[in-house]
Design a protein around this ligand. Structure first.
Ligand SMILES: Nc1ncnc2c1ncn2[C@@H]1O[C@H](COP(=O)(O)OP(=O)(O)OP(=O)(O)O)[C@@H](O)[C@H]1O
Ligand SMILES: Nc1ncnc2c1ncn2[C@@H]1O[C@H](COP(=O)(O)OP(=O)(O)OP(=O)(O)O)[C@@H](O)[C@H]1O
Ligand SMILES: [Mg+2]
Ligand SMILES: [Mg+2]
Lengths: 226, 226
């Protein structure tokens, strides 16, 4: 269960305040599949960053499985991210100097999984997203959609219970996008909790609930028609 | 007029050859508006890079307004890009250390336009894409869609006769995406030649012709139903 209470996030640029989140109260039940939509700049990525413990709220409270997360120190948060959260970034965030395979293995390496086992696991994930023939490429040698799929593979490699995906199909053609959504739907059916930001209604349709943001606030919540 | 004859592009990764383009012959008439679609990895960005003189073909010929471009040296190609081509990159390619305004002004600066005039022009473009209140932000302080719009503003700032856009709405919500497409349609009506890569059929519908790629080749060409 993920619970946010009156979460506010204000960025300070010089003397200007940018209120990215203006008071978000939301709950995500275990095993739920939620899509977050809204205009560019409405706070979707910021919300996901707070949920993913990548960013601290300016005020408000954030509970992850009952624990007050905002209060934890950086090491504890980093630990949470490593063991429970899989994050697909809007701009991929692959490490340029490492190959695709090394990028996907990295979280397992940090979890102290033995090298042969993490290599095996990473190769399985890369096969799942259709990148088996690109394992020794570096990110700059990949197409936009291939980089996106590598980022997805990396997020899923630790088999996390929470999957946070920011525009996971933004650079994918419809067919490949469908494959990725089937993968996510499958993980959802096996009990994972998924929060996905998307601007495409066809992709949002895969989720069971839609949260619409506007100007740093929750504007509406729609339960999908079964 | 843009003409490609049997253009081949092979990337070499160590000992492996990746044939990104396997023989492309295509023509783009002056004032045309073409959408390029196709699966992830099919060669769309590579094709756009060749057209935009950012990459040289391995073999084949490329004529821009009648001139054999592939034969030109780097300075001549760089000059072509600066004065005739506006390029919106799939991954934005904004300079992290510069503000949005400085990023958008940069091409004008390279054209030796006086500072007051280039600042004015850049501000106009930023207003057109809805970023007037983000001019002093740095790219990392922007949302994904805001970065995309800054990249679009920068491409259009020199009023280029050829606009090459790689997934220009990939990170934009539907409403903002429509605004950007109206902007491009307007430029097209005023005589610009536009080549746009997209994976979204709704966006491709704004173009007058659709080129479908598959595995580094042109698979089909569809003229749009008027
Ligand atoms: N710099 C590079 N070095 C090596 N291989 C490359 C390089 N750039 C692209 N490739 C390869 O060339 C192929 C075509 O890439 P390209 O970026 O043109 O695809 P795309 O159609 O734009 O895909 P997407 O829709 O995913 O953006 C891909 O298989 C990719 O791995
Ligand atoms: N690091 C930062 N510093 C300052 N301002 C920021 C920062 N990150 C985001 N912002 C601002 O916060 C607002 C919300 O950004 P956010 O990235 O959450 O939007 P978004 O809904 O994900 O947009 P998009 O759909 O374009 O990706 C934006 O107006 C942006 O300018
Ligand atoms: Mg975002
Ligand atoms: Mg591409």
């Amino acid at each position: 269960v993920i619970r946010l209470e009156s979460v506010v996030k204000i960025y300070r640029i010089g003397t200007v305040d940018v209120p990215a989140l203006r008071g978000i109260s939301l709950e995500f039940l275990r095993g739920s599949f939620t899509a977050i939509m809204g205009p560019s700049g409405s706070g979707k990525s910021t919300l996901l960053n707070v949920i993913g413990c990548l960013d601290r709220p300016t005020s408000g409270r954030y509970f992850l499985e009952g624990r007050d997360v905002a209060g934890l120190d950086d090491n504890a948060r980093s630990d949470l991210r490593l063991h429970h959260l899989g994050f697909v970034f809007q701009s991929f965030n692959l490490i340029p100097q490492l190959t695709v395979l090394e990028n996907v293995e990295l979280p397992l390496f940090y979890q102290d999984i033995p090298p042969t086992e993490s290599r095996q696991r990473a190769l399985e994930m890369l096969e799942m997203v259709g990148l088996s023939d690109r394992t020794h490429h570096r990110p700059v040698e990949l197409s936009g959609g291939q980089q996106q799929r590598a980022a997805i593979a990396r997020a899923l490699t630790t088999n996390p219970s929470f999957i946070l995906a920011d525009e996971p199909t933004g650079n994918l053609d419809s067919a490949t996008g469908q494959q990725i959504m089937e993968l996510l739907a499958n993980l959802h059916q096996r009990g994972r909790t998924i929060v996905m930001v998307t601007h495409e209604p066809d992709i949002a349709a895969w989720a069971k609930r839609r949260v619409l943001m506007r100007d740093g606030l929750v504007h509406a919540i729609q339960d999908s028609i079964p």
